[in-house]
Design a protein around this ligand. Structure first.
Ligand code: FES
Length: 145
C-alpha cells in the first residue's frame, strides 16, 4: 500500500523536533481529520532556508510527507519553497494512497504558515503566498501546544 520511500520516511523521519528562535513558525490543522502540524524554518539574510524542523500529531502519512517536505525545502529560496506543494512532496515519495492525499496537505500548509509568520515578523510580503485557511498558529500559542 505504501511506497518504500514513504515507509522509510515514516520509520526514520528527518528533521523532527523544535527550533529555538526560528525565522518563522506556523501551526496548521487538517480540516479533514483534526491532526496538527507545526513547522519551524530558519531563513538566512539571503532568504535561503537553512534549516527546517517539524512536529506533528498526525498519522504515518503526515509524518512521512512532512519529513520529505522539510528535506525538500532545505537549501531553497522562499520562492522555490513555495513550489514544494503537496503534489511535489507526494511525487518525491513515489505516491500516496488516495485516502491519504489529504494528509500531505498538512506539510504544504505548515510551510506556508511558517513563511507567513516570517513575512509578518519582517514586515514583508511574499509574492504568491497566502495564509493557509487552516493556520491555527495563534490559537496554538494561547494553548501552549
Ligand atoms: Fe490526519 Fe493523516 S489522517 S493527517
Amino acid at each position: 500500500m505504501y511506497s518504500e520511500k514513504v515507509m522509510d520516511h515514516f520509520n526514520h523521519p528527518r528533521n523532527v523536533g523544535e527550533m529555538e528562535n526560528p525565522s518563522g513558525v506556523g501551526t496548521v490543522g487538517n480540516a479533514k481529520c483534526g491532526d496538527i502540524m507545526r513547522m519551524y524554518l530558519d531563513i538566512d539574510d539571503n532568504g535561503i532556508i537553512q534549516e527546517a524542523k517539524f512536529k506533528t500529531f498526525g498519522c504515518g502519512a503526515a509524518v512521512a510527507t512532512s519529513s520529505m517536505a522539510t528535506e525538500l525545502v532545505k537549501g531553497k529560496t522562499i520562492q522555490e519553497a513555495l513550489e514544494v506543494t503537496n503534489k511535489a512532496v507526494m511525487e518525491a515519495l513515489d505516491g500516496l494512497p488516495p485516502v491519504k492525499v489529504h494528509c500531505s496537505l498538512l506539510a504544504e500548509e505548515a510551510i506556508h504558515a511558517a513563511l507567513w509568520d516570517y513575512a509578518e515578523k519582517n514586515g514583508i510580503k511574499i509574492e504568491g503566498l497566502e495564509r493557509p485557511v487552516n493556520d491555527i498558529s495563534e490559537k496554538e500559542e494561547e494553548e501552549e501546544y
